[in-house]
Design a protein around this ligand. Structure first.
Ligand code: G6Q
Length: 545
């Protein structure tokens, strides 16, 4: 497959970069009194202020040209219409179908997938209602009060993030836990205070073969049967599965009537709004879940239909790429000023880095530009008392995405105004800093002045949303999903595969039997490199002491 020729658009940006690289945001704002009013966009109820970025009107124009030259329009349509744009796995990429209205038609291999999506949602709703109303009983006749999602990666990060984000909409008389790590501590701590008779395990695994999830699922089954002193018959009342693999689900002992399906065109990291969201639905209820889907869909529509110059995911994707590929910035800090979004940066790490951490183009040739920024972050204001120092005065350029909400779910005195004052102040301080003259004018002794100077010119986006509702969460997630897509298109990479996670998995499976201390040097000789061999020997010897 030939890459679209966007070379001259890249070259134009390179030439432009040379002329603006040293321009300070102070200068850009001083030259244009309206800048803060103009450089913003609003879509699906999400407001983006991008004026505190190191861009001019010309920069945006050239970035938009790059998007056009990369055939972004065509690629958006290809995704939305079910073309197999995940080339290396030969799959369509249709997370947008998961939130399409019931009367939409999206064809994969000639078949409309929307009816199946809605049939699954109906099944989830019916099950959710039964569990939440207490009609669904455990093996001993008690109602379910605890839900434990067992999954990892895309089958965990979305559900945990959404549960935390929408906790204020969740059933407070139920407990929700998430087990992902193969480290037994994760499972042990998750169930330590739970009554097995009231506990439902949702085993979430697209493949139903993932080592961590299947190990945890078997441990969960043994724990439950042990606690209930029951035979296998208890499994049916305490285990349901979310998977695409019916054969493995029944092999595990879960009745496929209690299995919620999805499809190969839903990537793990794009699956929180599929049946993988079952734990979310159990927590917040079907009505809120539907609202979340409507939010996703609103952003999908915005992305698909809005001219690029006003298109939030396009603008955010392009601006982020501008720093990555021209300024050499390596990371993006995502800083939600909303405690409920405390797992949002972790969620975005998978979405962005697993999607765009790629070194070859769709045609197999090496990429021509740096791809895949490192995403990281923590909620504000906590980070301000920690790593923000480096963002303000360090030597690296770290573009920031601030996320804030006009209304809080927990109005407590002046807390929310203080929170919002802080997020606005950070954007201002990063952009404009403090000059030596300003520092001196405050009476600072000369020797201390350099320490107290803030260079400024550190870029940020500010996303403002009315309130963290289920719909707002859907919009934010879709915004980042599509922004990742925009960048992937321009880099001409496959944002939807993840071959990079395979090698370590295979090697771990080889090492597992080698850790058996009884084998010692009696077993087959270790054949790794000398470092790995020595680590295995040390572990084998010392675990017996
Ligand atoms: C996501 C990845 C990966 C996946 C997990 C779990 O895009 O594919 O994170 O979600 O490896 O896979 P299963 O759902 O198959 O257990």
């Amino acid at each position: 497959m030939d890459a679209p020729d966007n070379h001259s658009a890249w070259s134009a940006l390179e030439a432009h970069y040379a002329t603006v690289r040293d321009t300070h945001l102070r200068e850009l704002f001083a030259k244009d009194a309206e800048r803060g009013e103009r450089l913003n966009a609003e879509g699906a109820g999400v407001f983006l202020d991008y004026s505190k970025n190191r861009v001019t009107g010309e920069t945006i124009k050239l970035l938009l040209n790059l998007a056009e030259a990369s055939n972004l329009r065509g690629r958006i349509e290809a995704m939305f219409t079910g073309e197999k744009i995940n080339v290396s796995e030969n799959r369509a990429v249709l997370h947008v179908a998961l939130r399409a209205p019931a009367d939409a038609s999206i064809l994969v291999d000639g078949k409309n997938v929307v009816p199946e999506v809605h049939a699954t949602l109906d099944k989830m709703t019916a099950f959710g209602d039964r569990v939440r109303s207490g009609e669904w009983k455990g093996h001993t006749g008690k109602r379910i009060r605890n839900v434990v999602n067992v999954g990892i990666g895309g089958s965990d990060l979305g559900p945990v993030m959404a549960y935390e984000a929408l906790r204020s909409y969740s059933r407070r008389d139920m407990t929700f836990r998430f087990v992902s790590n193969i480290d037994g501590t994760d499972f042990a701590e998750a169930v330590i205070d739970l009554d097995a008779a009231e506990t439902l395990f949702v085993i979430s695994s697209k493949t139903f073969t993932t080592l961590e999830t299947m190990t945890n699922a078997h441990t969960a089954r043994a724990w439950l049967l042990g606690k209930l002193k029951s035979d296998e018959t208890a499994v049916a009342k305490h285990f349901v599965a979310v998977s695409t693999n019916a054969a493995e689900v029944s092999k595990f002992g879960i009745d496929t009537a209690n299995m919620f399906g999805f499809w190969d065109w839903v990537g793990g990291r794009y699956s929180m709004d599929s049946a993988i969201g079952l734990s979310t639905m159990l927590a917040i209820g079907p009505v809120h879940f539907t609202q979340m889907l409507l939010g996703f869909h609103e952003m999908d529509d915005h992305f698909r239909t809005t001219p690029f110059a006003d298109n939030l995911p396009v603008l955010m994707g392009l601006i982020s790429l501008w720093y990555n590929d021209f300024f050499g910035a390596q990371t993006v800090a995502v800083l939600p000023y909303e405690q409920y979004l405390k797992r949002f940066p972790a969620y975005l790490q998978q979405l962005t880095m697993e999607s765009n951490g790629k070194h070859v183009q769709l045609n197999g040739k090496a990429v021509e530009h740096e791809t895949g920024q490192i995403y990281w972050g923590e909620p504000g204001t906590n980070g301000q008392h920690s790593f923000y120092q480096l963002i303000h005065q360090g030597t690296r350029l770290i573009p920031c995405d601030f996320i804030a909400f006009i209304k809080t779910r927990n109005p407590l005195g002046a807390h929310h105004d203080i929170l919002i004052a802080n997020v606005f102040a950070q954007g201002e301080a990063l952009a404009f800093g403090k000059t030596p003259d300003q520092v001196k004018a405050e009476g600072t002794p000369d020797w201390l002045v350099p320490h107290r100077v803030f260079e400024g010119n550190r870029p940020s986006n500010t996303l403002l949303v009315d309130e963290l509702t289920p719909a707002a969460l859907g919009k934010l997630v879709a915004l980042y999903e599509h922004s990742v897509f925009v960048q992937g298109v321009i880099w001409n990479i496959d944002s939807f595969d993840q071959w990079g996670v395979e090698l370590g998995k295979v090697l771990a499976v080889n090492i597992i039997p080698e850790l058996d201390a009884t084998q010692g040097e009696m077993g087959a000789p270790l054949a790794h490199d000398s470092s790995t061999n020595a680590l295995i020997r040390r572990y084998r010897t010392q675990k017996e002491n």
